[in-house]
Design a binder for this molecule. Structure first.
Ligand SMILES: Nc1ncnc2c1ncn2[C@@H]1O[C@H](COP(=O)(O)OP(=O)(O)O)[C@@H](O)[C@H]1O
Ligand SMILES: N[C@@H](CCOP(=O)(O)O)C(=O)O
Length: 308
């Protein structure tokens, strides 16, 4: 096989209580990428559609992760990468990690799958670091593994796959303002109060247990963030109104998606997810902020091969 077209999914990182460790994969939104073998050695980004992003491999997250893997694999040929971007950069649903993970996923298939998903995550993290100035894998892991993931450690990299209840859906609202991940990280305090840490690790543990046991009530009671949300929510207009509207419409809970500005809500069942979508649309409809919304099943598969 010389060429592959893939769907590279959007992802929601943090999931309220799990800053930098928890994430899940979306089904209905993502980029497409074409990866192609070339005789000329090296990594070349040959086409980008959708958003204005750098073509130099060293300046594009897709190129940086690809170069990291290329240096390890040392093939006697090169790769061309085409990026068809649907996920707006800076939207908070893993735009950069879709590209960083997509390039190495596609290259791996063309190389005959020498690397496992954890090894691919390691290379993809190198690309993600270009965008966010930190090596975190909470978007990359769900994009590659699918479903919910927990990054137990980045060094050495250890990723756990968490089972996803069948009837769990996400509703996302994306107000059209850009928040750069690097800037949303810079405003966070370096230290955390012990009382907040206690709340947070209790919620991470109970959220994981709720996902393992299909316990929607426990999931609902665990979707809280005592540490990051108080700081970042100030960057997102009408954030508390969206949360309140989603709750009234039946969401299990809502939080900032990644570093924002997107806001996610988790819902039991597609009907509730659609009701939540209608309710939160009304919040922004009464303002002058443009926005998009979408409802997605949790994508258990992650990356998808569209053709060979
Ligand atoms: N292939 C790419 N896809 C998305 N963003 C990229 C890409 N290559 C470089 N970038 C840069 O990464 C930044 C967006 O990443 P980030 O702030 O983490 O947003 P997101 O939450 O959408 O991933 C932008 O500055 C963008 O120019
Ligand atoms: N854990 C990171 C996740 C950033 O996600 P993104 O989708 O905004 O890139 C953080 O919260 O900084």
């Amino acid at each position: 096989m010389n060429e592959i077209r893939i769907f590279s999914p959007a992802t929601v990182a943090n999931v309220s209580c799990g800053f930098d460790v928890l994430g899940f994969c979306l089904d209905s939104v993502g980029d497409e990428m074409v990866i192609r073998k070339t005789d000329k050695k090296g990594i070349y980004i040959t086409k980008i559609e959708g958003y204005d992003l750098p073509y130099e491999a060293e300046k594009n997250v897709a190129g940086v992760s690809a170069l990291a893997m290329y240096a390890d694999a040392k093939p006697d040929f090169g790769f061309e990468i085409e990026i068809y971007k649907n996920i707006k950069p800076g939207s908070g649903v893993g735009s950069s990690s879709a590209s960083a993970a997509g390039s190495v996923f596609g290259m791996n298939v063309l190389l005959g799958n020498p690397y496992n998903n954890t090894e691919l995550s390691y290379f993809a993290m190198k690309g993600e670091a270009l965008a966010s100035q930190s090596e975190h894998a909470d978007n990359i892991a769900p994009a590659l593994f699918g479903g919910f993931t927990l990054v137990k450690s980045v060094s050495p990299l250890e990723i756990l796959e968490i089972p996803t209840p069948n009837n769990l859906y996400a509703t996302i609202i994306h107000p059209q303002i850009e928040i750069k991940t690097s800037e949303a990280r810079a405003i966070l305090p370096k230290d955390v109060a012990l009382k907040d840490a206690i709340l947070q690790w209790a919620n991470v543990g109970s959220l994981i247990h709720g996902l393992h046991t299909n316990n929607y009530g426990l999931i609902e009671r665990s979707l809280h963030d005592a540490i990051v949300e108080p700081h970042r929510s100030k960057l997102i207009p009408l954030y508390q109104d969206v949360k309140a509207a989603a709750k009234t419409a039946g969401a299990l809970g809502s939080g900032i998606s990644g570093s924002g500005p997107s806001i996610f809500s988790l819902c039991e069942g597609i009907n509730t997810a659609k009701s939540v979508e209608q309710a939160i649309r009304k919040v922004y409809a009464n303002s002058d902020i443009e926005f998009d919304t979408y409802v997605s099943k949790i994508n258990a598969e992650g990356m998808k091969i569209l053709n060979n």
